[in-house]
Every structure is written in C-alpha cells, then in structure tokens.
Design a protein around this ligand. Structure first.
Ligand code: SF4
Ligand code: SF4
Length: 126
C-alpha cells in the first residue's frame, strides 16, 4: 500500500518514507521560525512536565507578537532545540506545533516547489 500523501490544491505529493534517511532537514539547516500558539505551548509544556513559564523561558523566544522555538547552532546548522539527531526525530512529536504537522503542505510552497525540493527529499512533482 502506498503511503504517498496528497493534498487538494497542491501540485506535489509527499513520501514520508524519505524522513527515515533525511536526518530532519526541515528541523535543521537554515535558521527559521517555528511558531507556537498559546495552546500549543501549553500542550508541549504538559508533555515535558514543566510549567508554562519555565517552558517559555527555556525553549521559546519572542518574534514580534509571536513566540518561536529556539534553535541551537551546531557547526553550520541551526537546529530546532527539540530535534534529536540520535533518534532522527522530534522530541516533542506528539505535541509538535501545527506548523510542523502541516509541513510540507504550506501555501508558501505552492509556487516554490524547487525551493521545497531542495529542502525535502520526499517531494514528488505531480
Ligand atoms: S525534510 Fe522532508 S523528508 Fe526530511 S524529515 Fe522533513 S519532511 Fe521528512
Ligand atoms: S518541533 Fe519537532 S518537528 Fe518541529 S521543527 Fe522542532 S524538531 Fe522539527
């Protein structure tokens, strides 16, 4: 059975099998913002079993009126603080923000498939 993911309105599909060998290119590499809403922040702090204030000060920074997850610079890579290189995955997977859940089906990429393919090896043109 095929696991290829399709979404109406997008002229590409996504094969999640690619994540197994990719080493989290969408969670590392170029610096970017990983926005979390208040309810997402609460869900993550619950998962980590710490209070929301501790969570915000330890893991988030303010960007305009929003909050984003901190990154850690490792060599030339800006890595989401929750990316685990040993496990090749997200430490807060069950509570990861919607921005992460919906990748790669972001409106931004509708007209930028080339840019997306450079980042994500699971993308297939349709
Ligand atoms: S960049 Fe694509 S293939 Fe790699 S981990 Fe992210 S979604 Fe998976
Ligand atoms: S929260 Fe998880 S899925 Fe989102 S960027 Fe960080 S490591 Fe990746």
């Amino acid at each position: 059975m095929s696991n290829i993911v399709k979404k109406v309105g997008f002229n590409f599909t996504f094969n999640p099998v690619a994540c197994e060998d990719c080493q989290g290119r969408c969670c590392t590499g170029e610096s970017g913002y990983i926005y979390v809403t208040k309810s997402e922040a609460l869900a993550i702090s619950e998962l980590l079993a710490i209070n929301i204030k501790q969570f915000v000060s330890k893991y988030l920074f303010k960007k305009g009126y929003k909050y984003s997850i901190k990154e850690e610079k490792i060599n030339d890579s800006y890595e989401c603080i929750f990316f685990d290189r040993e496990l090749n995955g997200c430490k807060i997977y069950d509570a990861r923000p919607n921005q992460c859940k919906t990748f790669p089906f972001w409106d931004y990429y509708k007209t930028r498939i080339g840019e997306l393919k450079d980042e994500c090896p699971g993308i297939i043109n349709v």
